[in-house]
Design a protein around this ligand. Structure first.
Ligand code: HEM
Length: 388
């Protein structure tokens, strides 16, 4: 009897180990090779799959090499910023694939096709099972199909033109404070070498905190700093399935940060909800958070039993994403614009003359901004159109 039980136990162990070994082999080799075959059959080209690392090792090496060389400040920066993408596109054309570990990633360097893809959210869905990435990027950026559509419906009013127009004075006052600080430094010191990057980070976090959340710079800065630390940890982590669930020091810190960000944002939302229900009841808030909360409660009222609107958990996630999406993207864009203007003095002069001519030294309003042709907004042509 004992022998029979032992044999059954051993057989179960053997089957279990066999299944694990098969799944591991499938994840590590068979599935990537099968996917590679499908991609090639569809006419896409890319490097052949390399065991476990895919193109990660090569990407790391060429990125290190590219960054060791002095930067050439021209528009042609892809080979430095993202050397693996640059190499893949040069070698394999506008639509190619690369390997993120055992996972193939299709790369598209064709603006029209990217627009087409963004306009078909029910066909081109985002990956759903990346636990680590989801700790960093939440809300709309990871939502799919009906959830995406429900969230977008609620969020859209926050990005309507008339709401954005109201934000112009806030952006102006944040820029004015920063430039006044620079002028003061230069007046006191004569010529002065200033590192613009930290200043621009303060500018954008200040502007976003005020315009989007009606909160102060300190509150916003805490969230941005945590999110920056989180993105560094997430970027460094290896794409092994389940790796983000292991109790490592990094994973514990990732969880800690995620909890802290969430609780800070919940604090900002609660403060606002209390104000909306208490001393400021009836007052409508025009910042992104106010419009979002108002639109959400309208959706919930209109859609009883229709599953409209968002839960509080979802509202928090969307706010986390606004902080994440709106901060570094904007400071990097301004930094790059300033670098190019400092390299191309003729364009700098044309831009200055246009601003002086259109604004005549006055504070800008939204209509003025649309009259600026040289100082225009490339990001608005970038394909991200949020208002319906
Ligand atoms: C120069 C600045 C910015 C750039 C270059 C930029 C770029 C992008 C890109 C490429 C996407 C599409 C991502 C994807 O679906 O994979 C996106 C989505 C998004 N961005 Fe931005 N963004 C900028 C600023 C902002 C700001 C200031 C906010 C708001 C505070 C914002 C909020 C969003 C939202 C909510 C989405 C998700 C849209 C959706 O999936 O329906 N972005 N952005």
């Amino acid at each position: 009897m004992e022998i029979i039980l032992t044999s059954i136990a051993l057989s179960i162990c053997a089957i279990f180990l066999g299944i694990c070994a098969w799944r591991f082999l499938n994840w590590l080799w068979l599935k990537p090779k099968k996917l590679e075959k499908y991609l090639r059959q569809q006419g896409l080209n890319g490097n052949s799959y390399k065991l476990f690392f895919g193109d990660l090792k090569e990407g790391y090496m060429i990125s290190k090499e590219a960054k060791s060389k002095p930067m050439n400040f021209s528009h042609d920066i892809t080979h430095r910023v993202s050397p693996l993408l640059h190499k893949t596109f040069t070698k394999y054309g506008k639509i190619a694939f690369t390997w993120f570990g055992p996972r193939p990633v299709v790369l598209i360097n064709d603006a029209e096709m990217v627009k087409d893809i963004f306009s078909k959210p029910y066909i081109f869905v985002k990956p759903e099972n990346y636990h680590t990435i989801k700790q960093l990027i939440k809300g709309l950026a990871t939502a799919n199909k009906d959830i995406w559509s429900r969230h977008r419906k609620t969020i859209n009013p926050a990005f309507h033109l008339e709401k954005l127009m109201i934000m112009v004075p806030i952006f102006y006052s944040c820029c004015y404070d920063m430039v006044s600080k620079w002028e003061k430094i230069v007046t006191e010191n004569g010529s002065y070498e200033l590192d613009l990057w930290p200043n621009l980070e303060i500018l954008t976090s200040n502007a976003l905190s005020k315009a989007a959340f009606g909160s102060n710079y300190e509150e916003g800065k805490k969230i941005f700093d945590l999110q920056m630390e989180l993105s560094e940890l997430v970027m460094k982590s290896f794409p092994l399935p389940g790796a983000s669930l292991l109790p490592t020091k990094t994973n514990r810190r990732v969880k800690e940060i995620a909890k802290e960000v969430r609780s800070s944002i919940q604090g900002i939302i609660n403060k606002r909800l209390n104000a909306m229900e208490g001393e400021n009841a009836g007052i409508s808030y025009d910042d992104l958070l106010g419009v979002l909360l108002e639109s959400n409660s309208r959706q919930i009222k209109e859609g009883v039993n229709k599953n409209l609107g968002m839960s509080m958990e979802e509202v928090i996630e969307e706010c986390e994403f606004f902080y994440f999406a709106g901060h570094e993207s904007t400071s990097v864009l301004i930094m790059w614009a300033l670098i190019l203007l400092s390299k191309h003095l003729d364009w700098q002069e044309r831009a200055r003359q246009e601003v002086l001519q259109v604004l005549g030294g006055e504070k800008p309003n939204f209509d003025d901004l649309s009259r600026l042709k040289i100082v225009s907004f490339p990001s608005l042509n970038f394909g991200v159109k949020l208002s319906s």
